[in-house]
Each structure stands twice: as structure tokens, then as C-alpha cells.
Design a binder for this molecule. Sequence first.
Ligand code: COA
Ligand code: AMP
Length: 248
Amino acid sequence: MPLLSVRMRASLEGRHVSGAERIVREDEVEETVTELLGRPKEFDEVVITVEKLESVELIDEALPVESYSFGSVKEAREFALKILVEAGVPESIARKAVLLLSEGPSPSGGVMRGAVVMDVETGERLEPDKERGIRTVRVDWEDRKRVREEILRAGYTERTVDALAIATKNIYCGAVAELCWSDDPQYVTGYVATQRRGYVRITPLKERGDPIGGRVYFIRREDFGRFVECVEGRAFLIRRLQPSSPSS
Ligand code: COA
Ligand code: AMP
């Protein structure tokens, strides 16, 4: 049966306030549109896109999830750096990315509309438009309801459901690593994702009340074209979670 991508974006006073997406069967489109329409609390405009997908690839397993808490942002960021270095990101480049997210990656001082793509060897930003960045789209869970229940039962948050899907797709598409913390001032848990270690949740990667955040994808320069084509263009469903490792 053909699958469709259903995407929602909402804006308020010209600012993006909510985005979500699903990949569903034709008979699920109506209920999905209704669900996504109900998500933004405040908006001037909601845009829903329904698109038939020519092909959808399967990823068997999401990245394994670990979770770590620290007493300070400094310690948490040092730990994030350690995992990036373990994954093959030179320490100076990993520090550059942490500094970039802490100062704000948008040249205008606003919020970027996607992720920074950083050359893992030189630290150069490769995304052609530094306000837009690169967005990971067309990814969902094969059985979202079950995965959501399992993630919540493991003590993780609703946000993990979507962020884990994005990170899994990014690593599958060839990213060496990803670093993320939200621009939501109340949400201080971020993550580092790597092929070797998986999806490592880290708290607190910023101070509560801080409105600055973003994503950095570490890429080998020669993979850039293929990577962007994969994260933006190819559609993926992820089958299942992996058993989680113990966390501290
Ligand atoms: N942040 C800010 N602005 C955004 C945006 C985002 N995440 N996504 C879209 N926009 C705005 C931009 O102005 C964009 O123009 P641009 O390409 O010049 O930046 C415009 O909307 C149109 O973007 P488009 O790429 O056509 O949007 P879309 O209809 O494909 O929707 C979303 C993209 C909203 C679905 C995607 O960005 C998103 O947020 N996905 C949710 C991620 C997620 O949770 N996925 C996991 C599912 S398991
Ligand atoms: P969030 O975790 O939703 O607060 O997002 C953190 C940052 O990730 C945002 O400020 C954007 O810069 C970036 N971002 C948002 N959506 C996407 C996406 N679909 N793909 C890549 N980056 C994104």
C-alpha cells in the first residue's frame, strides 16, 4: 500500500512555532491531519502538506539510548565533548561546535530553521544558507504508538520520540556525529548521537531560561552532497528500539 508524508508547520507573527511529521497509509491520512492540526497551541497560520512517497526505506533499529545527568552545565558539556571525540571528532572541532551552540548558530541572532553542518576535519560550516541550515525530514516510526509507549515507559520524554528518529536517520545517512540542545528555555536536556555509542541524552547541556540552542551535524566534506540528499529527500520508517544500556 502506498505511503504518504504528512507534515505540519505553524507560525505566529512570522515565527516558526511548531513542526511535526508522520509517514502513514492512505487510510490514516485524515486522522493524522486532525492530530497534527491539534498540536500548535498558538498560531496565525498552519500549513499541512500531504505528499505521496515513491519509496520508503526501512531502518531496522533506532540508535540505542543512554541517559546521563550532571551537577552542572560545565560537566555535562565536557561529557558531550568526550563522546564526540570518541566518535572521531577532533577535540578542537567538538569545542568549536559547543561554543557555536552556546553563543547561537544563527548569524542574525535568531533561531536557525535547521541544523549546522560542520566539516568534521576543519570545523568549516558547509550549509549554503546559515540561517536555514539543513533539515532532516521524511522520517517516522513504523509503529509510532508502540515506540512512544516504550520510550515513555523507559522514563524518557515525548521529545525523545522525534529526536531519536531524527538522530537515527542522520547517522544512517552518514553523519559522523550530531550534537543538539533545544532553543526552548525550559528544556535543558540535549544529546550527542554517534554511530559507535548511539543516542546519548545529557542533562543539563544549558542553563534553564537560556533561549539559545540548535543542532550540529558533523560530516566528512566529501559526503556532504550525498548526506543532504539522504536527510532531506529519502523517506525512512524505523522499525524498533534497541534495548537500552544502563545509565547514570
Ligand atoms: N524551523 C523553522 N522554520 C521551518 C521549519 C523548522 N523546523 N520547518 C519549516 N520551516 C519554515 C521555513 O520558513 C521553511 O522555509 P525554508 O526552507 O526557506 O527554511 C518553510 O517553513 C517551508 O519549509 P518546508 O521544508 O517546505 O516545510 P515542510 O512542510 O517540509 O515541514 C517540518 C518541515 C515542519 C515537518 C520539519 O521542519 C519538522 O519540524 N519536522 C519535525 C521533526 C520531527 O519531529 N521528525 C521526527 C518524526 S518521528
Ligand atoms: P528543538 O530540539 O526542536 O528545539 O530544535 C533545536 C534546533 O534544531 C532548532 O533551533 C533548529 O535549529 C534545528 N531543527 C529544527 N528542526 C529541525 C529538523 N527537522 N532538522 C534539523 N534541524 C532542525
